[in-house]
Design a protein. Structure first.
Length: 304
């Protein structure tokens, strides 16, 4: 019996010894690993040494480096101006003389609207099923430059709706598929075109721009504010590009200064910025991106 008790006691002593050894071994391993990490960190610190010009040795320690990046120009979502991209916005005198036109409403009404049939001239040989934009000629966009003597650069095109050709001939028969305004006899028909602009685009600034002015404000009379549309007297012929970011400045003013008794020209102030989004031969459409002062007709347009 005594032998059995001795055996059991020895067995428990052995288990306790093994457990203590395992704890010490784990602790030793963790201490060793920590020491190695500290040593590696010290090695890294000691390895990054930059000798200065005066011969002293400076030890550099690893750290975080913060780099400030310039704010990028945000892209412009085309959905804000998409309908201006897909619809014809200007017309020339040639367009006025060559385009098809509405002769009469099939029901005898002076006005036409969606789902009405209309008779039209100028579509003798057109393909049935062709789509057309219905427009009305609006104001003339004239040059503000003295040497161009109030020359007409283009005519405004007022979008009225759309129509589909059902029967070609003289007269042709069309059905109105869309109408946002009342359509009258004498309004014109232009082939429906879908713009190729599918992606958002980013603004950039040109190197130079001369003799550029605002010659019209869309749907707002004589003044424009942020996110309204304006027309400038420069286009493809003047190397204007889609995405141009331009500045608007007021015209310089000449005043008589009483103290010095001299005429003084006051410097022009910046009023806002424009983004050119559609370009024609002699004019361009631009969106007012910002305005600190009222923007009006004949304000000067320059590079930022």
């Amino acid at each position: 019996m005594l032998n059995n008790l001795n055996f059991i006691n020895c067995f428990f002593v052995l288990l306790i010894s093994l457990s203590v050894s395992a704890v010490f071994a784990q602790t030793s391993a963790e201490e060793t690993e920590s020491a190695e990490e500290t040593e590696n960190a010290d090695n890294i610190s000691e390895e990054i040494i930059a000798p200065p010009s005066d011969g002293r040795t400076v030890k550099w320690s690893p750290g975080m480096r913060i780099i400030e990046r310039k704010r990028s120009i945000p892209k412009i979502e085309l959905e804000n101006i998409q309908h201006f991209l897909n619809r014809p916005q200007i017309l020339s005198e040639e367009d006025m003389s060559d385009s098809a036109y509405i002769i009469a409403n099939a029901e005898g009404s002076f006005y036409s609207t969606k789902d009405n049939q209309i008779y039209a001239g100028g579509l003798d040989n057109a393909a049935e099923g062709s789509q057309y934009t219905i427009v009305r000629f609006g104001q003339a966009y004239r040059s503000p430059l003295e040497d161009e003597d109030d020359e007409v650069l283009a005519y405004e095109s007022i979008y009225l709706g759309e129509a589909r050709l059902e029967h070609a001939g003289q007269p042709a028969i069309l059905r109105i598929t869309k109408a946002i305004k009342e359509i009258q006899n004498g309004d014109h028909l232009l082939p429906l075109e879908v713009s190729g602009f599918e992606d958002d685009f980013y603004p950039y600034s040109p190197d130079s721009l001369e003799d550029a002015y605002i010659i019209a404000v869309i749907d707002s009379g004589s003044f424009a504010a942020q996110y309204q549309l304006v027309v400038i007297n420069k286009g493809l012929d003047d190397n204007i590009g889609r995405g141009y970011l331009l500045a608007v400045k007021e015209k310089s003013r000449l005043i008589y200064e009483k103290i010095s008794e001299e005429d003084i020209t006051l410097p022009s102030r910046k009023k806002g910025t424009l983004l050119v989004f559609r370009v024609f031969e002699r004019i361009s459409y631009a969106l007012v991106m910002s305005s600190s002062l009222p923007i009006k007709l004949l304000d000067r347009v320059t590079v930022p």
